[in-house]
Write a protein that binds this ligand. Structure first.
Ligand code: NAD
Length: 431
C-alpha cells in the first residue's frame, strides 16, 4: 500500500519537483553536483572550476547533398574536465542535439570516468541531424567534415571520441581514417572502431554487459532474485538490445521492450534473439508481435522488477514517476530520470542505479581499446570481459559504500565518489 506522503505530496514538494524539471539538462547535472559537493564540503572556490566546461566548439558543417543542394548542419564538441586524463566521450547524431545537452553529457562523462577509475576526463560531441534523412554517402561526408572541423582539439592524448546515440563502429572507422589522413595512422584517436581498424573485442556489447555486472550486484543488495526477475527495457539500440540479450542469458525474463516505433509486452517473456533479428531486417521493432503492442509511455509504467530506460534523456519525470511500478530502476541511458522524477522515486523507496555507474561499461572497454592501440596489442574477448567485470563490480561496491556511509541515494553516492576523485586530482596538479 502507498504511504500517505507518497499519495499526497504537499504543494511545496510538487512545486519543487516541477521547478527542478524545468531546469536545462546541464543545470540538472549541476543540481546533483551541488548536492554531492555539499556533502563533501568541497570549497566554493573549486566548485565553479569543477562545474564549468573547459572548451566548447560549435562548428558549421556544410554538406553537398546527393541532390546537389548545399546544406548546413551544426556540430559540437564540449570538453569538460581533464584533471584525470585526456578528454573522453561519445559522439551523438540526433535532431535534438544542442550545446546545453552536450555540456550536460560532457560533465556526466567526467564523473563517470572517475567512478570507474579510468584515466580520462569528460567530453561529449554531436551533430544536430536526422540520420534517417541521409544516404550512406552523405553520412560519411558529414562525419568527415565534422572530424576535420573539430580536429584541432582531438588526439590520443588530448580528446578521444567514441560512439553514442545513432553513431557506431562504421562512423568511428571514418573518423579514424579522416584524422589519420593528416596525422598518419592513429588508431588510438577514437574508440569503438571496427575490429579490423584496431577496435576492441567486446566493445560493441560493453555498455550492456557492464550494466548487467552492476545489476547483478545491485539485485543482491536490494533483495531481487535476478534469475526470476521480470525486466522492461526502453530503447532497443546498441545498449538496450545487448542489455536485453545479456540479462536474458543470466536468466532474467524480459517482458517489455521498446524503440522509437513503440513497445512490445509479453508477460511470458519476449524471444530477444527474434526481436534483434527483426530489427536487423526491418530497422525497428515495428511489426514485431503486432498484437502485443504498448506505447512508450505505457512501457515505462508496466509492472516489473527492473525497469531499464536505455534510450534518451528525460523520459521519467515528476509527471510519470508516481506511476512507475518497477522495484528497481537501472539507468542504462544517460540522464533518463529528471531530478523531479528522481525525488518522487526516492520518496517512494525505489532504488535507482544511476547512469554514471550503470552505463560506464562502454567507456571502460573504450579505455581498454585505447590501451591496446597505444601498445599495439590485441586482447582476447574473455580477457576484456573479465577486466570489465572487475572494474564494474569494484565501482558498484565503492558507490554503494559511499551511499551507505553518507546515508544518500546511490546517485549522490556516485557523484560524491566522482567529485572526490576529480577534486583530489585538481589539487594534486596544484590548481
Ligand atoms: P542507439 O542509437 O543505438 O539506440 C537508441 C535506441 O533508443 C533506439 O532503439 C531508438 O529507436 C530508441 N529510441 C529513441 N527515442 C526513443 C523514444 N522516444 N522512446 C523509445 N525509444 C526510443 O543508442 P545507444 O548507443 O544504444 O544509446 C542509448 C543510450 O545509452 C543513450 O542515452 C546513450 O547516451 C547511452 N549510452 C550509450 C553508450 C554506448 O556505448 N553506445 C555508452 C554509455 C551510454
Amino acid at each position: 500500500m502507498k504511504s500517505t506522503q507518497e499519495s499526497f505530496p504537499s504543494n511545496r514538494e510538487q512545486n519543487l519537483e516541477t521547478k527542478l524539471d524545468n531546469l536545462s539538462a546541464y543545470e540538472m547535472v549541476n543540481y546533483y553536483f551541488d548536492l554531492a559537493a555539499d556533502k563533501l564540503n568541497i570549497p566554493q572556490e573549486y566548485r565553479f572550476a569543477m562545474k564549468g566546461t573547459y572548451r566548447e566548439l560549435r562548428v558549421q558543417l556544410l554538406l553537398r547533398m546527393d541532390n546537389g543542394e548545399l546544406k548546413e548542419f551544426i556540430g559540437y564538441r564540449v570538453q569538460h574536465n581533464a584533471s584525470r586524463g585526456p578528454y573522453k566521450g561519445g559522439i551523438r547524431y540526433h535532431k535534438d542535439v544542442d550545446l546545453d545537452e552536450v555540456r550536460a553529457l560532457a560533465s556526466l562523462m567526467t564523473w563517470k570516468n572517475a567512478i570507474v577509475d579510468i584515466p580520462f576526463g569528460g567530453a561529449k560531441g554531436g551533430i544536430s541531424v536526422k540520420v534517417r534523412d541521409l544516404s550512406q554517402r552523405e553520412l560519411q561526408g558529414l562525419t568527415r567534415i565534422y572530424t576535420r572541423k573539430i580536429d584541432l582539439c582531438l588526439g590520443p592524448h588530448k580528446d578521444i571520441p567514441a560512439p553514442d546515440v545513432q553513431t557506431n563502429a562504421t562512423i568511428m572507422g571514418w573518423m579514424m581514417d579522416e584524422y589519420s589522413r593528416r596525422r598518419g595512422y592513429t588508431p588510438a584517436c577514437v574508440t569503438g572502431k571496427p575490429i579490423e581498424l584496431g577496435g576492441s573485442e567486446g566493445r560493441e556489447q560493453a555498455t550492456g554487459r557492464g550494466c548487467v555486472f552492476v545489476v547483478q550486484e545491485a539485485c543482491q543488495d536490494f533483495g531481487i532474485d535476478l534469475k526470476n526477475a521480470t525486466v522492461v527495457i526502453q530503447g532497443f539500440g546498441n545498449v538496450g538490445s545487448n542489455l536485453a540479450l545479456l540479462l536474458d542469458e543470466v536468466g532474467a525474463k524480459i517482458i517489455g521492450i521498446s524503440d522509437l516505433s513503440g513497445g512490445v509486452y509479453d508477460a511470458e517473456g519476449i524471444h530477444i534473439k527474434k526481436a534483434i533479428a527483426h530489427v536487423k531486417e526491418r530497422g525497428s521493432l515495428e511489426g514485431f508481435l503486432p498484437n502485443q503492442r504498448l506505447t512508450n509511455e505505457q512501457i515505462l509504467e508496466a509492472e516489473c522488477d527492473l525497469l531499464c530506460p536505455a534510450a534518451l534523456g528525460g523520459v521519467i519525470t515528476h509527471k510519470n514517476a508516481p506511476n512507475v511500478k518497477a522495484k528497481m530502476i537501472v539507468e542504462a541511458a544517460n540522464h533518463p530520470i529528471t531530478p523531479g522524477g528522481d525525488l518522487i522515486l526516492n520518496r517512494r523507496g525505489i532504488p535507482i542505479v544511476p547512469d554514471i555507474l550503470a552505463n560506464a561499461g562502454g567507456v571502460t572497454v573504450s579505455y581498454f581499446e585505447w590501451t591496446q592501440n597505444l601498445q599495439q596489442l590485441h586482447w582476447e574477448e574473455d580477457y576484456v570481459n573479465q577486466e570489465l567485470h572487475k572494474k564494474m563490480t569494484k565501482a558498484y561496491r565503492n558507490v554503494h559504500a559511499m551511499s551507505k556511509k553518507n546515508n544518500v541515494p546511490l546517485r549522490i553516492g556516485a557523484f560524491m565518489l566522482g567529485l572526490e576523485r576529480v577534486f583530489n586530482a585538481m589539487k594534486s596538479r596544484g590548481i
